[in-house]
Design a protein around this ligand. Structure first.
Ligand SMILES: CC(=O)N[C@H]1[C@@H](OP(=O)(O)OP(=O)(O)OC[C@H]2O[C@@H](n3ccc(=O)[nH]c3=O)[C@H](O)[C@@H]2O)O[C@H](CO)[C@H](O)[C@@H]1O
Ligand SMILES: [Mn+2]
Length: 439
């Protein structure tokens, strides 16, 4: 619930994490329940009651009054939206007010406002799982917690620039989705924002037939680089469960093995992933994770792959075709296939080896692609690149809201390109004739 709210549209047109938190904090109390924290939140959003002249009443009145004397210091800007704790205090009236708000209640008297302030400064009581309690718990997390709120105050990070950034690559699509390249995000900042949400990321990987041999490197390098310090649940789909290696997992990470049939056609193994992922989401993943990534197993991680990769619907730009005109893309070009894309259409060529997003969005993607694959099979047509062709068709008409650059899907066969400053995940070189069940 909280996660959904954090992703709700921001009132102020800005996509920065502070705005997301602020908009949540400013939202009217939703679904109030009778539990004390909900009541308290309702009061916080209510107008000041029965003002008296005690310092606490005065402070509360100021808090609910429109922003005064805004200056350009970070505190004033935040105060205009809400009473966040002071970062880098200065002596402007807004900073002073903020300091007061976060200091212990002064001179308590028995007026309702003093009582309310005392409650606000008290530790969270008996948390339950309603959204209001979760929000309060975050607001009042102890300084030891890396919670959204404390992290925002303690983390000093480089000022974002409007004028200086990557100029050698395009970092945003024409529909304003970011394209994630090294140098376009602050890794520490982005991790702290997402870590406080206590997310679980499902990661599916297929190791059918001889492809089980890739699992050890895949998993061992993932433990070093992939969403480190996040809760990750790997789902390994294989016809050889006895050959799944035992790899030591860090805290918060676990692996489940799900048995699937083998096949004597690699095309079928690859394409059936859509159906199998769809079914696994229905059966268990929807209850066990917030986000999901679906990855190829014949790959290794080499460098950080962090929370910058998370989004509602995420795709990766194929390393072979990112600098090619769309008519060279290996889309399915036969109108008889449901994966058909005409020559004059197409945004990017996305790789089938990496896609992800919110579990429910990936569920829809896998369901649509599975249905299209089955319809094609009934019509005896197989798209040029199986599920990858269907994925490209889906993403053309259902735009992803985050794109990963080829840093996130390189190929060991390729020499480095100067715009790729870091290779995070790459396909290993394999002998197709030896490893696949058919050629
Ligand atoms: C050179 C080439 O052909 N590249 C295509 C091939 O990529 P790839 O060579 O990356 O395909 P792949 O052989 O890695 O197969 C995709 C994934 O399916 C799983 N798997 C596949 C076969 C098997 O016997 N067992 C098994 O487990 C495994 O997780 C693997 O990572 O296919 C993709 C679509 O699927 C794309 O169209 C690629 O452009
Ligand atoms: Mn592969």
């Amino acid at each position: 619930m909280l996660l959904a709210k954090l992703h709700a549209p921001v009132q102020t047109p800005c996509s920065c994490p502070n705005s997301m938190l602020l908009s949540k904090l400013h939202a009217p109390v939703q679904t109030p329940c009778s539990w004390p924290n909900s009541m308290l939140l309702s009061k916080l959003h209510a107008p000041v009651q029965t003002p008296c002249s005690c310092p606490n009443s005065m402070l509360l009145s100021k808090l609910h009054a429109p922003g005064q004397t805004p200056c350009s210091c970070p505190n004033s800007m935040l105060l205009a939206k809400l009473h966040a704790p002071v970062q880098t205090p200065c002596s402007c009236p807004n900073s002073m007010l903020l300091s007061k708000l976060h200091s212990p209640v002064q001179t308590p008297c028995s007026c309702p406002n003093s009582m309310l302030l005392s409650k606000l400064h008290a530790p969270v009581q008996t948390p339950c799982s309603c959204p209001n309690s979760m929000l309060l718990a975050k607001l009042y997390a102890t300084p030891m917690d890396v919670s959204f709120f404390t992290a925002m105050n303690l983390l000093l990070y480089k000022q974002p620039s409007v004028l200086v950034g990557r100029t050698d690559v395009v970092a945003v699509t024409p529909w304003l989705a970011p394209i994630v390249w090294q140098g376009t995000f602050d890794p520490d900042l982005i991790d702290i924002i997402y870590k406080s949400m206590n997310l679980t990321i499902a990661t599916t990987v297929f190791a059918v037939g001889k492809y089980v041999r890739f699992l050890r490197d895949f998993l061992e390098t993932a433990e070093k680089h992939f969403l480190v310090d996040f809760n990750v649940r790997y789902y390994v789909f294989t016809d050889r469960p006895d050959n799944v290696p035992s790899v030591t997992m860090s805290q918060g990470r676990q692996l489940s093995v799900i048995q699937v049939p083998g096949s004597n056609r690699w095309q079928e193994i690859s394409a059936r992933r859509m159906e199998i992922i769809q079914t696994a989401i229905e059966r268990q993943i929807s209850r066990e994770a917030d986000y999901i990534f679906c990855l190829d197993v014949d790959s290794k991680f080499h460098a950080r792959w962090g929370a910058e990769s998370l989004g509602r619907l995420v795709a990766v730009i194929h390393p072979e075709l990112y600098n090619q005109p769309r008519d060279r893309f290996s889309y399915e070009r036969r109108p008889a296939s449901t994966a058909y894309i005409p020559m004059d259409e197409g945004d990017y060529y996305y790789a089938g080896a990496v896609f992800g997003g919110f579990v429910e969005d990936v569920y829809t993607l896998t369901k649509v692609c599975r249905n299209q694959l089955e319809e094609d099979a009934r019509n005896s047509i197989e798209a040029a690149w199986q599920e990858e062709s269907h994925l490209n068709r889906y993403l053309l008409y259902n735009k992803p809201n985050k794109l990963l650059s080829p840093e996130y899907q390189w190929d060991d066969k390729k020499t480095n390109a100067k715009e790729v400053k870091v290779i995070r995940f790459s396909s290993v070189i394999k002998n197709y004739a030896e490893i696949r069940p058919n050629v």
